[in-house]
Write a protein that binds this ligand. Structure first.
Ligand code: NAP
Length: 304
């Protein structure tokens, strides 16, 4: 089978297509014929050798922690899925491949109305946004601030916050992405120096909850304008969070959480905006795109 793999940690060009042996589903697992795989900043950090537990996984190493595809083998003891089921799911590695095996409790059914590329890009950012907003107890009446709102994570966080009843979602982005944020239902504001003042102009009493997907000075501004520091959460900047005394948390992904996101999609309350799709052969370009740190929505590899 074809994979995009690395044989050494390094810049995007170390990620190349290669041939690998097809895996077989073990007990409790299914094998997926992969149609598409999402590209996450996590994959780029794994490729660069910045994730300690990935460093010990050995080479060749195939990145990719979210995917969509068709179940084509069912391991012993699995009765929840059958060959031919269309699914989406999550893992840690091995998504950039024509086939992967995965525990059966890490996939959910894909609705016919959900395209393969959208399905591939839902889990990582969707579950990240869902976990963080649950942790922040976002609900009806809240004014929520999202830093990095136009990115893959932010795009979904804006929509999930609205779906859960937030009255106002203020999102930071560069000017070029402000119309995009308005389309998502957020009030746009530019990030950078003076952010706290710009947010106060929109929410004079401060915001109820704030989610950070960019870090640095933006996180300081979020802490400044949020009424209760216990309702400020960062996905990226643990050091600044510690320094500011913000809450710490441990994200846990689950099929139940992913299924809730699929339900929101089916109800027409959630869309995944694709920034770009690349064929498997251009996985390195997909990583370069994600590593720009700018853009709207999600980068996905099309595979099968
Ligand atoms: N722990 C988890 O479960 C989890 C899950 C998903 C993601 N994450 C993390 O969350 C982060 C974001 O992921 P992503 O997939 O959303 O990345 P992404 O798609 O690359 O998004 C980057 C976004 O950040 C914005 N941005 C750039 N510089 C900024 C700044 N100084 N202040 C505010 N916003 C800025 C950009 O907006 P403009 O284009 O307008 O400049 C862009 O839309 C990553 O570090 C990722 O590892 C964690």
């Amino acid at each position: 089978m074809r994979v995009a793999a690395i044989s050494a940690f390094g810049p995007p060009e170390v990620l190349r297509t290669a041939e690998a042996v097809e895996p077989y589903a073990g007990a409790g697992e299914v094998r997926i014929r992969v149609k598409a795989a999402g590209v996450q900043p996590f994959d780029c950090k794994a490729r660069a050798g910045l994730i300690p537990f990935v460093k010990s996984a050995g080479f060749p190493l195939v990145p990719g922690n979210e995917f969509s595809g068709v179940v084509d083998q069912v391991g012993e003891g699995v009765d929840t899925f059958a060959e031919g089921d269309d699914v989406l799911g999550f893992g840690v590695l091995n998504g950039y491949a024509e086939y992967l095996t995965i525990p059966a409790d890490q996939i959910v059914r894909k609705p016919d109305t959900m395209p393969w590329d959208i399905a591939a890009g839902l889990s990582g950012n969707g579950q990240g946004a869902h976990m963080a907003l649950r942790e922040l107890e976002v609900g009806p009446g809240d004014t929520v601030l999202i830093n990095g709102a136009a990115g893959g994570l932010g795009t979904l966080a804006v929509q999930v916050a609205k779906a859960w009843g937030a009255t106002t979602v203020i999102g930071t982005a560069s000017k070029a992405n402000h119309d995009y944020l308005r389309e998502l239902g957020a009030v746009p504001v530019e990030y950078g120096v003076g952010l706290a003042d710009r947010v106060r102009a929109l929410a004079p009493d401060g915001v109820d909850a704030a989610l950070d997907s960019a870090g640095g000075d933006g996180l300081r501004a979020l802490a400044e304008v949020t009424k209760d520091r216990n309702r400020v959460l960062t996905m990226v900047d643990v050091d600044t969070a510690k320094e500011l005394g913000l809450r710490e948390w441990t994200p846990v992904r689950s099929a139940a959480r992913l299924a809730e996101l699929v339900d929101l999609y089916e109800a027409g309350r959630l869309t995944v905006h694709l920034r770009a799709t690349y064929p498997l052969e251009r996985a390195a370009d997909a990583h370069r795109d994600v590593e720009t740190g700018h853009g709207r929505g999600k980068v996905v590899l099309t595979i099968g």
